[in-house]
Write a protein that binds this ligand. Sequence first.
Ligand SMILES: Nc1ncnc2c1ncn2[C@@H]1O[C@H](COP(=O)(O)OP(=O)(O)OP(=O)(O)O)[C@@H](O)[C@H]1O
Ligand SMILES: [Mg+2]
Length: 248
Amino acid sequence: MTNNSNIELLKCSQLNKWYGNLHALKDVDLTINKGEVIGLIGDNGAGKSTLIKIICGVHNLDKGEIFFEGNKIKIKNPKTAMNLGIETIHQYNTMFQEMSIARNVFIGREPKKFGLKSLGILDEEKMNTESMQAIKEVGLDLRSPHIPVKELSGGERQGVSIARSMYFKSKMLILDEPTNHLSVKETLKVLEYVKSLSSMGISSIFISHNLYHIHEIADRIVGMARGEKVCDMNKSETTVNELIKLIG
Ligand SMILES: Nc1ncnc2c1ncn2[C@@H]1O[C@H](COP(=O)(O)OP(=O)(O)OP(=O)(O)O)[C@@H](O)[C@H]1O
Ligand SMILES: [Mg+2]
């Protein structure tokens, strides 16, 4: 929030997405600067998740252009986005429930051992110690890296996702309704965390139906309705009551 620079990180231009006949994104422009927090708001079905799924490679774009750090890019799949430094915490938890905390932190990017006898086997020790370290750094106190994710609370699961994005030093974090089902205390932790990212120069897009949370943490607020961007304003230009009138 304090570190709102003018260096452009991501620029989306005239994005369009159709699901069959449904025109889910209509010529949407979105720019996000380094360290900026964007609050993305809008009614159910407005197109918020669709927009961020294009940015994080879950869906492909039908029309439009995306620039990252000034270069035109194609985000073909989630791996491309992750390699660019775009991490996403999805609306519906996509962690692997049966797998351990450590495996979930390193999923898709597992460290391997390349000793004489251990060609390419998983480096479990590294995953265990480093996942616990990453989790500690986000202020969570979990007993062991071996616990399966299904045994964690909603807040603890969010913490593991956040620890993962921290560990891999992302440039941008997308959070799609990350505070649903969280306690007041856990929610405050997530909000504080997003603020701390901003002070480290990491940008975020925060989707929420809670306009108080949005107003508290966002530098800029972008509103969507029926697949279109309907507003894009600095937080200082608006109030929670205005947002409620606009969207609520
Ligand atoms: N995979 C899909 N296939 C077909 N239609 C979809 C798909 N995903 C979303 N839609 C439709 O696209 C529109 C936009 O949905 P989207 O999930 O982007 O909304 P949203 O703004 O995230 O809403 P919410 O606040 O309820 O999460 C909706 O009409 C939805 O039904
Ligand atoms: Mg959604």
